[in-house]
Ligand binder design. Structure first.
Ligand code: ADP
Ligand code: MG
Length: 538
């Protein structure tokens, strides 16, 4: 069992596996009772056990229903716990988090309602049935005891191979999806340069690879169930043939022989079903893995304190801030110290990958430093109330997210109570009014999910309008002018001069126009401060 599964199980209230174990034992006993009644009816040509048999079948159905209810309750508890924990953590990638919180985690249901009860049944039922077999005919019991371990052994062997193949298939599907998206995005360029033929060749090749991998995985999957069927069938035959011979020779009573024949397959059945349940729960285990990873990301640790930051423009000091992303080799920020005075405007420049966005994420509290700290007016950021701190921020991320709502509502996210006039003012300040008024329904135009229908520059300007509206004393902008034409850039920079007045600002900027607005430029290189350039010539 992998670590994820064990961790999922640990989140289950202790009594759930206990109750499920007891229910599995009850089911095992009922199975034996049912077999005995059946044998008594058949061997004795007696109708009297039949009502009892019907009763046993009915009780088994009730027990199965209780198992599902108990396991489903446990699954709901675990999902609620995971969702609450995830909701309390800030997310860097909101879209993926939403998927995980909604549909993603529901995929763990088959794990709890299918795999876990089956696992307990596979541990308990064979033992109960074997105990009865021993008392009927110990020779058959020995054969079963010897062959039963073959089922999990073969299952594991085949499972390992399937896992490797499925992994390859997923990797190929992933590559195919990524490539396809890139090709679609660049289709016009490809056409212009007459490269479409080549690209269709590449897509065909990748698709072909994926097809082969899928068929390969399917072949192994089918083969695996065949192998398991065969193992079970042969084992049952090993028991059945001697029993048959002994019955013929009259060395065994009919009722005993029948009981052995009826009970033997029941030992193998739960083990065989376990494999299927395991495969059905794979998606949920993957979702749980993603959830645990999200809970462990460094951003996960900011629980936040209770200190409410002041209303004025604060002084922000970074002390030896280091950020390491999980799985990344070097540090994204490496011992960065920086002081931004109250009302000071600092521009951060540097090559791509220097850690500029990471610096802003740290200031926004969306990434927690691995070491070092951030002081806001002398108070550690970790001690500030996250909600109050974010309400102080005018935050424009590098890739702002727009929701499938009207343009006005998207801007209003900065201040839900803003009037229509304020929304328009914000759009004007962010050089967004022009293109918004050209949209078919102006401010009432409903955008697609993720701002579909707008260019990257337009999305950025809406995000600036949003930040403008929030009007907090701290401004964090991540390359707001990166994709603007010169005229829009000019308008935005003019708006920025007014907007940044009396606020503490950290602006990530490449182009000179926005650098002019700053009091000071700090260069980042490879996660370190490469030197502060005082902006005097501007
Ligand atoms: P910049 O904004 O200056 O281009 P970033 O702050 O985005 O730089 O990234 C700094 C470094 O951290 C880069 O090497 C980048 O690959 C890495 N990085 C950024 N975000 C993540 C992440 N979520 N997980 C792992 N590595 C990341
Ligand atoms: Mg960046």
């Amino acid at each position: 069992m992998k670590g994820v599964e064990r961790r999922l199980l640990r989140r289950l209230p202790r009594r759930v596996p206990v109750v499920l174990g007891v229910l599995a034992a009850v089911q095992g006993v009922l199975l034996v009772v049912q077999a005995e009644l059946l044998v008594r009816a058949v061997a004795g040509l007696d109708w009297r056990p039949l009502p009892w048999l019907a009763g046993a079948v009915a009780v088994r159905a009730v027990v199965a229903w209780v198992v599902t209810a108990v396991a489903g309750g446990g699954a709901a508890r675990v999902k609620r716990g995971l969702r609450e924990a995830l909701l309390a953590r800030p997310a860097g990638d909101a879209g993926a988090r939403v998927t995980l919180l909604t549909r993603g985690l529901d995929a763990v249901d088959p794990f709890f309602t299918g795999y876990v009860p089956q696992l307990l049944a596979a541990c308990v039922v064979p033992v109960v049935v074997l105990a009865r077999l021993v008392s009927v005919d110990w020779a058959s019991a020995v054969v079963v005891l010897v062959t039963v371990p073959l089922v999990p052994v073969f299952g594991a062997l085949v499972g390992l191979r399937t896992a490797a193949l499925t992994g390859r298939q997923w990797a190929l599907l992933h590559r195919l999806g990524g490539h396809f998206r890139d090709v679609l995005a660049g289709l016009s360029t490809l056409r212009a340069f007459g490269r479409t033929e080549h690209q269709s060749g590449v897509v065909r090749e990748l698709a072909d690879g994926h097809r082969r991998a899928s068929v390969g995985a399917l072949r192994v999957a089918f083969l695996s169930s065949l192998v398991l069927e065969l193992v079970c069938a042969l084992s049952v035959a090993l028991v059945a043939v001697p029993v048959g011979l002994r019955l013929l020779e009259g060395r065994m009573a009919l009722s005993a022989g029948l009981l052995v024949l009826v009970l033997t397959p029941e030992v193998y059945l739960p083990l065989r079903a376990l494999g299927q349940r395991f495969h059905a729960s794979a998606e949920g285990v993957a979702a749980a893995e993603a959830a645990f990873a999200a809970l462990e990301a460094p951003a996960a640790r900011w629980e936040g304190g209770r200190v409410v930051p002041g209303r004025g423009a604060p002084e922000i000091v970074l002390e030896e801030v280091t950020v390491r992303y999980p799985g990344a080799e070097g540090a994204a920020l490496d011992g960065v110290s920086l002081r931004v005075g109250p009302g000071e405007r600092v521009a951060v420049a540097g090559p791509s990958g220097a850690g500029k966005s990471t610096l802003l994420l740290v200031l926004a509290g969306l990434v927690v430093p691995s070491s070092g700290r951030v002081l806001v007016d002398g108070v550690d950021l970790a001690e500030l109330d996250p909600v109050a701190w974010r309400a102080r921020l005018g935050w424009v991320p590098q890739r702002p997210h727009l929701f499938a709502a009207s343009v006005a509502d998207n801007i209003r996210l900065g201040d839900p109570d803003a009037s229509e006039a304020r929304v328009r003012e914000a759009a004007r300040a962010a050089a967004a009014a022009g293109f918004v008024e050209d949209l078919p329904e102006g401010y009432a135009t409903v955008l697609g999910e993720g701002g579909a229908g707008l260019s990257a520059g337009q999305r950025q300007r809406l995000a600036v309008a949003r930040a403008w509206l929030s009007g907090g004393p701290v401004v964090l902008w991540d390359e707001p002018t990166a994709r603007l034409d010169l005229r829009s850039e000019r308008m935005l920079v003019e708006a920025a001069v007014r907007l940044l007045e009396g606020r503490t600002a950290v602006l990530v900027a490449h182009r000179p126009a926005l650098l002019e607005v700053a009091d000071r430029v700090v260069r980042l290189e490879g996660g370190r401060v490469a030197g502060a350039v005082h902006e005097e010539a501007a």
